[in-house]
Design a protein around this ligand. Structure first.
Ligand SMILES: *Cc1c(COP(=O)(O)O)cnc(C)c1O
Length: 366
């Protein structure tokens, strides 16, 4: 086996497939439509999308048109519907060229989307986002009701809304949002409805509607940012030990000399830093797994290097592999220690980190 020489993000496509199946079981009759924005949360859109298609996914969401175009080319001849969450931004010809479906977020966007059709009777299918309490994108409930009375509503295939507090199961806003969306059903009798993202799938039957839109749970993060027996870790970030050093009591470690060794320490310098996506702000609370143990960061995270306290571990050497999250260190816990959420940890993994894939993408290739 060759030793890892640089940080590596290993993506387990079989675990991804298992998570898709687990979410499908939870979703019952609702369709599971994966959300692959931000390069599939940093895991790499192509292999992830192809494997999910192989597992049966036929509708996908991304944030931007450029992501939709990339996904269309990643999927090649496979037929799939791709929704663009950011809305319709006057890019009609480009959307139509790549067969992308906008998620319409304002009344003006509908007219503009229809006006971009090559002929008047040309279909302009769209999804409609209705804001039921997040106060992010989407029409108000009142705007949606008045739109429902117009001929434009005919092309509305999907009505979706997004939960503000899905990761807080007992927050009263959750049920209020579900009721508000359900109340729109009679106004859009031909459209399908969707509310839940990852955590929402675990909130119960009232949240599943016709389609669920998981992102982070597919990628190994349990509902409510807590490890869950049905969700397997998918991503593992590792980096090599570059050098071992011994420092004396009172020595300082790293930039700013902010860390002072309380006693003699053995330090592993690890080849990963904030330019790889290891948050500098995780500083004193970060940790890595090496030599069978979880060990804390010491001193500041620098651009390419961080230091781990490996005092007492005789079996740690240059070239050894340090896990920064994965099977031993759950992403949810690493995120909490860094005072953030798993979404940010994953989506910040830098392009210079090599992605490798375990299992295949459904076409027999990684
Ligand atoms: C990002 C996003 C999702 C997926 O959210 P997860 O919590 O990662 O499952 C679903 N719907 C919308 C509108 C989103 O922006």
């Amino acid at each position: 086996m060759t030793l890892p020489s640089a940080p590596e993000l290993r993506v387990d496509l079989d675990a991804l497939a298992a998570n898709f199946a687990a979410l499908q079981r939870r979703a019952g009759a609702a369709e599971v439509a994966p959300v692959l924005k931000a390069d599939a949360y940093g895991l790499g859109q192509g292999p992830v999308a192809r494997r999910l298609w192989h597992e049966g996914a036929r509708r996908f969401f991304v944030a931007r048109r450029s992501e939709g175009e990339a996904l269309r080319s990643d999927l090649g001849p496979r037929t799939a519907e791709i929704f663009i969450l950011d809305g319709y931004l006057g890019d009609g010809p480009a959307l139509r060229a790549a067969a992308l479906t906008p998620v319409i977020n304002t009344q003006e966007q509908i007219a503009a989307w229809r006006a971009s059709a090559p002929a008047q009777d040309h279909p302009s299918p769209f999804a409609l986002q209705v804001d039921t309490g997040l106060n992010r994108l989407g029409l108000t409930v009142a705007e949606a009701l008045s739109l429902a009375e117009t001929p434009e509503a005919r092309d509305c295939q999907l009505v979706l809304s997004h939960l503000a507090c899905a990761d807080t199961p007992d927050h009263p806003l959750n049920a209020r949002q579900a009721r508000a969306l359900a109340a729109l059903r009679p106004a859009f009798p031909k459209a399908r409805f969707s509310l839940a993202a990852s955590s929402g799938i675990f909130l119960g039957d009232d949240f599943r509607f016709d389609m669920v839109r998981p992102g982070v749970a597919l990628f190994g993060v349990g509902p409510f940012e807590t490890p869950h027996p049905e969700i397997r870790p998918v991503a593992r970030l590792t980096a090599p030990v570059l050098q071992i050093r011994h420092v004396a009591e009172g020595d300082t470690i790293g930039y700013g000399a902010g860390f002072i060794a309380p006693h003699a320490l053995k330090i592993a310098l690890v080849g990963a830093g904030y330019a790889d996506g290891v948050l500098r702000s995780s500083g004193a609370n970060g940790y890595g797994f090496v030599g069978g143990e979880r060990r804390p960061f010491v001193g500041r995270v620098s651009m390419d290097i961080l230091a781990l306290d490996v005092t007492g571990l005789s079996d740690v050497h240059p070239g050894d592999c340090v896990e920064l999250f994965g099977d031993h260190l759950r992403l949810e816990d690493v995120a909490r220690a860094a005072n953030t959420i798993s979404y940010e940890i994953l989506s910040r993994i830098a392009p210079r980190v090599t992605r490798t894939y375990l299992g295949d993408d459904g076409d027999g290739r990684p």
